[in-house]
Design a binder for this molecule. Structure first.
Ligand SMILES: Cc1ncc(COP(=O)(O)O)c(C=O)c1O
Length: 363
């Protein structure tokens, strides 16, 4: 069924397919922060629009300084790109793994990019019976010198589960023994409760086999801007990226925005507290429904398993889109099937609408 191949960003396709005005679609599939753009972005773009007559700074110095203050990482260990998508591609090309392990089910781009460089892929399964939480010991004992790269999405899309800093250290130490690069995709990391220490960013200077990818599309609610960044302390990888990246792939509006968004503490704090409280409410509601099983999430979305016998993710998708609510049919992720859906946290009113619909469908 076609809805399984759709991404959260494919609103135009959905709009044409289901004959719904794009602006009326309530997008539970895109994983974008419902608070909308931080005010600092349009304010700064308006003031600096004249800069469209100029090229961006090819070294993106001020942008990297801004990211450096936000992440506490040396600016020389930061690279910027056209969304996290460009950086996923560049880091994978830089490592060019002959064999890579992807902790899975996960975002599909890693597999595509590894295949593009001719790499062989081994999926390491997150198990449903372990609530899709990474079994670090099992991963460690599966590693050997034939592997060049391990990819972990953290928190993971689509499961919402995460590895903390201690687990990350164990993985990095073991990988150092075998000369394995570890790529953490932290696109959703700022949504996680801080005390859980999900981000591996503090480990960047210590481990030169670590690279971290981050985006701004989800947390800062600006997927159209196309701004992402990466961190790594291995000069070989950084030099490869410098030599192979298209110059100016971050446009000047993204550059200007990046120089202000990371300093917008009001927006950042508001987002963290809203997502955290809404995440609790949604989890508590779903826990009471006997025909749905919700997996614990530290992201801004939930993976839900449908337990009702004759209800599938295709049916739930179709029933929701009839009411202009677009959820992610998660059946095409590896290890998942037509019993899984994913949806993100939107504003409270829309969240309640979706929850009531899910309740009704699962009765
Ligand atoms: C885990 C993950 N990484 C990367 C991306 C791509 O994001 P960006 O817009 O920053 O390229 C997505 C988009 O859905 C994602 O879910």
């Amino acid at each position: 069924m076609i809805n399984t191949t759709l991404h959260g960003g494919d609103l135009d396709i959905i709009s044409r397919m289901y004959n719904i005005n794009k602006n009326e679609i309530i997008n539970f599939s895109g994983n974008v922060n419902p608070l909308g753009l931080p005010n600092s972005i349009p304010r700064s773009i308006e003031k600096n629009l004249y800069m469209l007559t100029e090229y961006p700074d090819v070294a993106y110095l001020s942008l990297r300084e801004s990211i450096s203050s936000y992440t506490n990482i040396d600016k020389d260990h930061i690279v910027v790109g056209n969304g996290s998508t460009e950086l996923i591609s560049l880091f994978i090309k830089a490592v060019s793994p002959k064999k890579a392990v992807i902790v899975s089910p996960a975002y599909s781009e890693y597999q595509k990019e590894i295949e593009l460089v001719g790499g062989k892929i081994e999926l390491f399964p997150l198990k449903e019976e372990e609530n899709f939480i990474l079994n670090t010991d099992a991963l460690l004992s599966s590693l050997n010198e034939s592997i060049d790269m391990v990819v972990i999405c953290n928190p993971n899309n689509p499961t919402g589960t995460y590895v903390d800093n201690d687990q990350a250290k164990q993985i990095l130490d073991k990988c150092l023994e075998y000369n394995i690069y570890v790529m953490f995709d932290e696109t959703y990391v700022e949504f996680a409760d801080r005390e859980r220490q999900v981000s591996a960013m503090p480990l960047i200077e210590k481990y030169n086999n670590l690279c971290i990818i981050r985006g701004t599309s989800k947390f800062f609610s600006c997927p159209g801007l196309r701004l992402g960044y990466g961190a790594c302390s291995d000069s070989r990888i950084l030099d490869y990226i410098k030599d192979n990246k298209d110059p100016w792939s971050v446009n000047i509006l993204a550059q200007i925005s990046g120089e202000v968004m990371f300093k917008d503490t009001e927006f950042i704090e508001k987002t963290i507290s809203f997502i955290s409280s809404e995440r609790e409410k949604i989890k508590d509601y779903l826990k009471e429904l006997k025909n749905l099983y919700v997996f614990k999430s530290q992201a801004n979305f939930f993976l839900v398993k449908i337990l009702k016998e004759d209800l599938t993710s295709d049916i739930v998708f179709e029933e929701c889109i009839k009411e202009k609510m677009l959820i992610r049919n998660a059946s095409n992720f590896p290890y998942l099937n037509n019993k899984y859906i994913r949806f993100c946290i939107l504003d409270s009113e829309n969240n309640s609408r979706l929850l009531h619909k899910l309740n009704e469908l699962s009765q």
